[in-house]
Design a protein around this ligand. Structure first.
Ligand code: KIV
Ligand code: NA
Length: 263
């Protein structure tokens, strides 16, 4: 796989080809994810849970994210590397620019932030300064306390309308990608077809332009897994084979299936 850029992902969306994102937090796994053919790697703040053992992503710091982004990029993956801005590291434009600098200088090619309309100014400022942005809508885990738990979002017409409005707004502000997490499949399909930018789904059905899973979940290492997770290590002999099985399943349309989807 040649080095992936946002142009590659735009071309894939236009051609109707699904692409894949897998989280990674270190050099060895970044290499494995790239060799498995996943076009994008997310250095997710999910590391707060799967690496650090916290019960949410809220304790993760910008220093944690910069450290793991450096580890990932030292693996020299051909996948495009997206790094999460952690909880409360992007509350205003000045703080956002400062913290995005740390992640870009650690080797990220794009930063990801949870939120919609309220992020517009920050997204615009980052993009003007050469920092590509991925937004994240739906179940945004940094807001778990406001949601009252990890719950599917966008089930009511009012919520669905507001998620769609947020998606359009972040695209207009200049975002390059959107992650949609735990929303009904019909809403994710609708948003993916209305937006020009690629949409990466997790627990959002088969209608998005791409799929992402947390590596530990798809390798069957997590104890409590939500409905949308499949263990891709089943029947495989190596981690490399398990990762490749996920990549192939997304590209062939074998994942996600109805049993992984919310309606
Ligand atoms: O932190 C993470 O791994 C994420 C994905 C689940 C989208 O944000
Ligand atoms: Na995240």
């Amino acid at each position: 796989m040649p080095k992936i850029t946002i142009s590659t992902l735009d071309r894939m969306k236009a051609a109707g080809e699904k692409f894949v994102c897998i989280t990674a937090y270190d050099a060895t796994f970044a290499r494995l994810v790239s060799d498995a053919g996943a076009e994008t790697i997310l250095v997710g703040d999910s590391l707060g849970m799967v690496l650090q053992g916290h019960d949410s992503t809220i304790p993760v710091t910008i220093d944690d994210m910069a450290y793991h982004t450096e580890c990932v990029t030292r693996g020299q993956p051909n996948s495009l590397v997206i790094a999460d801005m952690p909880f409360m590291s992007y509350t205003n434009t000045e703080q956002t620019l400062h913290n995005a600098t740390a992640l870009m200088q650690a080797g990220a090619q794009m930063v990801k932030m949870e939120g919609g309309v309220w992020l517009s100014d920050s997204i615009h400022s980052l993009v003007e300064r050469g920092v590509p942005v991925c937004a994240h809508l739906g179940l945004t885990p940094q807001s778990v306390n406001a949601f009252g738990g990890y719950r599917v979002q966008g089930r009511t017409p009012k919520e669905a309308k507001s998620i769609l409005a947020d998606a359009v707004e972040i695209q207009d502000a200049g975002a390059s990608l959107l992650v949609l997490e735990c929303v009904p499949a019909h809403l994710a399909t609708d948003i993916s077809s209305k937006l020009d930018i690629p949409v990466i789904g997790i627990g959002a059905g088969a209608g998005t332009d791409a799929q992402v899973l947390v590596m530990h979940d798809l390798l069957g290492l997590s104890t409590h897994t939500p409905r949308f997770v499949q263990n891709f290590m089943a029947g495989q002999e190596s981690i490399a084979d398990g990762l490749a099985a996920f990549v192939q399943a997304v590209k062939n349309g074998d994942y996600p299936r109805n049993e992984h989807t919310y309606e």
